[in-house]
Design a binder for this molecule. Structure first.
Ligand SMILES: Cc1cc2nc3c(=O)[nH]c(=O)nc-3n(C[C@H](O)[C@H](O)[C@H](O)COP(=O)(O)OP(=O)(O)OC[C@H]3O[C@@H](n4cnc5c(N)ncnc54)[C@H](O)[C@@H]3O)c2cc1C
Length: 668
């Protein structure tokens, strides 16, 4: 059985005849795919995985398995790292909590299950702009072959999606049956808040997208979710890649509850580069750190965008200016490590709605919960099956400017100047600056392109966020509309915190080693401008029928109730602006953005796949520059943020990395 105890793991790792050929750090989304593929395709090699969290078997933890309970595993240290950021200057100095999955399956175990893909051009830019030959739409899609779409009780807006979802057995994708069903038992039509939103989108010229995963994601759609239609439960890298081989596989050993602190190198050959041969790690209950020293082939770092740069720096790989601060000896000078952090900043707005519309808040009523639990268990339907959770809309700048009545050129004109100033004040190294400028050129091109989404509107039927009403037993119903920015211009950092003590010292408490994360949220003024446009789009939607008639009030920001929005929007429409109300609205939205802006859990870019001269950390074969035997395979390799939720890309990176490793093994 692959999950073994420490003794068995160390015995195999240190065995003279049959030590690990490959060691994977992090059994998360990408890490478990690589473990599966290597162990299955190369039956004569031995693969080890070290995962910091534990194993939660599929079907054993309702808050993980049940789609409609998304979000309820967050902040629980059993499942979630819940990293804390440095205070964010542009967010009223708030410290944000960044959830990341902890345990086998990583973030694919705690995410919100939506399965989306970016535009074709975005994946193609990995190859054309950053010279990563073989990393393009066609190849990445081929490597998503393991994701299998199973239609359940719905037409996916009438489309034929078979050409992008080939039938394989790993990650199951389902379009859950809509809740409530379109007509009630009494024969009276009951539309869901999602349908109302879609009709409203139609009325302001936003098109539906019948097949949003085929390279054009513009428009509105209900997303596929990562669930198995037969059981209704979450499909993750554990259920798809590990559990099918748990009993049969003898060449894969997985150690859980063990945290890698650094990679160890062999420096004995003074002519060749240092070679990764092992790791140092900690296991709770052991005061001292433990080591594995003789990995025969390669070490693969898949600890996710927030821990991968931390482990690289502790291993002596990074910006010497940063390593020196804690006396870490630099073995590979790569200023890009941890310096290209990006995530989708987002602003939620929460509206109180007519209580006749069902929302996720129904689950707060024990009777309703029981009813939906029965529906879910017996038929895989209802709110718990994900039938009410999300709908997603991706908008290019020209749609945003049509909706907000702000001509695109006004938005575009300032960006170049703002970017030059941003570079001057950002303390980038020469290499990181060069890579950043390339990314900005691409982003500016995409801003003018009607096929590239700039803002997403995430519609959730319910109060998404800490809801004070729910604690007071209120029966109010809500709609949360969130505007994430797809291609932020701001760049943040993730660096190690303190040096790791020597092996004979007692380790301080766990969180002393958490990385220092500074997203520098909306530090580039363009991000602020674009987010404001996203927020205005949301307001326009709620001022348009039929959604308008469903809105009963403003929960966040509640100050909106002090303005006659109806009158204000009409006056803007007629070109006779009410300046006083408009500036009051701007004031409210300004402070709302600062009060609530957060990220939507898609961090990337902290060990980017770009040339070394551009601040890259890995080459197109995912090899870390300046050392041998070490690759990175997780979302930290993505150089720029994509207009999508990121799990599909993490799956593809896992599959691409597996192919690269298997090919390299053959060539050895
Ligand atoms: C709350 C939340 C909601 C999300 N919702 C969606 C969504 O609806 N749709 C979507 O497409 N994407 C979503 N995402 C994003 C998506 O799930 C992630 O981007 C993706 O799963 C990341 O994959 P990864 O392989 O890069 O890292 P992870 O899956 O995070 O894997 C990293 C693994 O490394 C382990 N690890 C870390 N440090 C160490 C160490 N020192 N030693 C050993 N192991 C270590 C971790 O415990 C983890 O298992 C969401 C993410 C979160 C957190």
């Amino acid at each position: 059985m692959p999950i073994v105890d420490l003794k068995a793991f160390l015995e195999r790792a240190n065995s003279k005849n049959d030590p690990f050929d490959y060691l994977i750090i992090g059994g998360g989304t990408a890490g478990l795919i690589i473990a599966h593929r290597l162990a299955q395709n190369l039956s004569h090699v031995t693969v080890g995985v070290i995962e910091a969290g534990t194993y939660h078997g599929s079907g054993s933890v309702p808050v993980i398995d049940t789609p409609g309970l998304f979000g309820r595993s967050l902040n629980n240290p059993l499942y979630d790292w819940a990293f804390k950021t440095e205070p964010q200057v542009n967010a009223n100095n708030r410290t944000l909590v960044l959830p990341r999955g902890k345990g086998l399956g990583g973030s694919s175990l705690i995410n919100y299950l939506c399965y989306t893909r970016p535009s074709k051009d975005e994946y193609d830019a990995l190859e054309t702009t950053f010279n990563n030959h073989g990393w393009n739409w066609e190849e990445l899609i081929k490597h998503m072959k393991s994701e299998h779409f199973e239609e359940k009780g719905n037409e996916w807006l009438g489309s034929d999606s078979s050409h992008v979802h080939e039938p394989h057995e790993q990650i199951k994708l389902t379009l859950p049956p809509v809740w409530p069903p379109t007509s009630s038992e009494a024969g009276e039509e009951t539309l869901s808040l999602h349908d109302l939103t879609f009709q409203t989108m139609d009325n302001i010229g936003i098109p539906p997208n019948p097949n949003p995963t085929n390279g054009n994601n513009i428009g509105y759609a209900r997303p596929l979710i990562c669930t198995d239609s037969k059981s209704g439960i979450r499909s993750s890298s554990v259920s798809g890649y590990l559990e099918p081989i748990l009993k049969s596989c003898t060449n894969l050993l997985v150690l859980i509850d063990a945290s890698v602190t650094r990679v160890l190198f062999d420096h004995s050959d003074s002519i060749r580069k240092p070679r990764a041969v092992g790791v140092e790690f900690r296991v709770s209950g052991h005061d001292n750190n433990l080591q594995i020293q003789n990995v025969r082939r390669e070490i693969i770092l898949s600890a996710g965008s927030l821990k991968t740069p931390d482990i690289l720096e502790h291993s002596g790989i990074g910006d010497p200016r940063i390593l020196q601060q804690n006396g870490i000896n630099c073995i590979a000078e790569l200023p890009g490590v941890g310096s290209n952090f990006q995530d989708h900043p987002a602003v939620p707005m929460i509206f109180e709605v007519d209580p006749k519309y069902p929302t996720l808040e129904l689950l707060l009523d024990p009777e309703e919960f029981e009813k939906h639990q029965k529906l879910f268990t017996e038929k895989q339907e209802g709110i718990l099956a994900g039938g009410l959770s999300f709908s997603l809309t991706f908008l290019p700048l020209h749609h945003i400017s049509d909706i907000t009545k702000t001509p695109s050129n006004i938005i575009l004109d300032k960006i170049q100047t703002e970017t030059e100033k941003y570079v001057e004040t950002s303390n980038f190294s020469e290499e990181v600056r060069q890579g950043y400028e390339k990314q900005c050129q691409l982003q500016m091109k995409w801003l003018k392109d009607p096929r590239q989404a700039q803002i997403e509107i995430v519609c959730a039927a319910g109060f998404v966020g800490p809801n004070k009403d729910s604690q007071t037993g209120s029966k109010k119903r809500h709609l949360t509309l969130t505007a994430p920015l797809m291609h932020p211009f701001s760049r943040g950092t993730v660096h190690h915190h303190t040096a790791i003590p020597d092996s004979n010292e007692t380790f301080p408490p766990n969180n002393a080693f958490e990385p220092k994360i500074n997203p520098r949220l909306i530090s580039h003024p363009t991000d602020y401008t674009l987010l404001m446009k996203g927020v205005e789009c949301i307001l326009r939607l709620t001022q348009t029928e039929p959604l308008k008639s469903a809105i009963r009030g403003y929960a966040s920001p509640s100050e909106l109730s002090t303005i006659d929005l109806d009158k204000l929007f009409k006056s803007i429409e007629e070109g006779q602006e009410d300046h006083e109300s408009k500036s009051r609205l701007e004031e409210i939205l300004n402070s709302h953005i600062k009060n609530v802006v957060r990220t939507v859990h898609h961090p990337i870019g902290t060990a980017a796949m770009m040339s070394k001269e551009d601040g890259g950390v890995v080459d197109k074969q995912l090899r870390v520059y300046g050392v041998d035997g070490l690759r990175v395979a997780d979302l930290s390799i993505l150089p720029f943020e994509v207009s999508t939720h990121t799990v599909s890309t993490a799956f593809a990176i896992g599959e691409m990395a597996s192919d690269i490793l298997i090919k390299a093994y053959g060539n050895h």
